[in-house]
Design a protein around this ligand. Structure first.
Ligand SMILES: [Zn+2]
Length: 168
């Protein structure tokens, strides 16, 4: 269950924030990280796919402003996402390892489903910081509330959304 991998220490979260890459605007990069430009160049394609095929559709479903979403790249791929100060941070490295291959192959549904629930988990943290019954309540409510819109996103034939080959 991927959501189990979301609890992290403050130092891990801070390290991830330091490495954060703001999506909007793209030029607004975190400064002071020597290899940030190199990282951006190396990860341009997966970042583009993560943004266009996963983040943007889900952000629209949840009506989240771009400014609330940040992409981070950490070496620890157990980190999928976290919420800091009502900002939602998504780990490009996790996406790259677990989902990019299927997205490239035109079958993004598994990735969309995984990130749909991750978004709901992190949005619930806007209301409740801890993992407790209240957080679970809001997480469930958010999942139910947006499921019809999300279902319409993934019930298209695999590949139609990406405009490439349908899964055999
Ligand atoms: Zn959490």
């Amino acid at each position: 269950m991927k959501l189990m991998a979301i609890a992290f220490t403050l130092s891990e979260v801070c390290a991830a924030i330091v490495m954060s890459i703001r999506l909007n605007p793209m030029k607004d990069l975190c400064l002071g990280i020597p290899d940030n430009a190199q990282l951006m160049a190396e990860k341009r394609d997966p970042l583009d796919r993560f943004t266009r095929r996963i983040i943007d559709p889900l952000r629209e479903i949840y009506s989240l402003p771009k400014a609330q979403i940040h992409v981070v790249y950490t070496h620890d791929i157990r980190l999928m996402a976290f919420n800091h100060d009502n900002g939602i941070f998504l780990n490009l490295h996790y996406y790259e390892i677990c989902h990019d291959e299927t997205v490239v192959g035109g079958t993004p549904n598994t990735a969309l489903i995984s990130w749909y629930f991750t978004f709901a988990h992190e949005i619930a943290h806007n209301l409740v910081e801890e993992h407790n019954a209240n957080h679970e309540y809001f997480f469930s409510h958010i999942c139910e509330r947006y499921l019809p819109a999300f279902t319409s996103l993934i019930t298209q034939p695999e590949g139609a959304q990406a405009g490439i080959n349908v899964e055999g």
